[in-house]
Write a protein that binds this ligand. Structure first.
Ligand SMILES: [Zn+2]
Length: 94
């Protein structure tokens, strides 16, 4: 099929996944503050939220999702969007 399928760019990772990525890359060292153990990333978030957001944003990736031209539903795979709704309703003449 050749009908045009529009795409939308979506964030690949959730904040939680980005935090896991950051921990994998930079280490999830815990710091003891007044006897309480805290994760480095947690401390960064509390101390300097813009720096925390910038760090996660730097790890974010964007992927294209495909929009069904009929019902506008978003699909991760182009073929799913293409197969989502029959082009001419239930009747087809090819
Ligand atoms: Zn559809």
């Amino acid at each position: 099929m050749t009908r045009k399928i529009e795409t939308i760019e979506k964030e690949k990772y959730t904040e939680r996944e980005l935090e896991n990525l950051a921990n994998d890359i930079y280490g999830d060292e815990e710091v003891v503050v007044l006897g309480m153990r805290m994760q480095s990333l947690y401390i960064l978030k509390r101390l300097d939220e813009p720096a925390y957001s910038e760090l996660l944003e730097g790890l974010q990736e964007y992927v294209d999702w495909y929009i069904c031209p009929i019902c506008k539903e978003e699909h991760e795979d182009e073929s799913d969007a293409d197969d989502c709704c029959p082009e001419n309703g239930p009747e087809s003449d090819n």
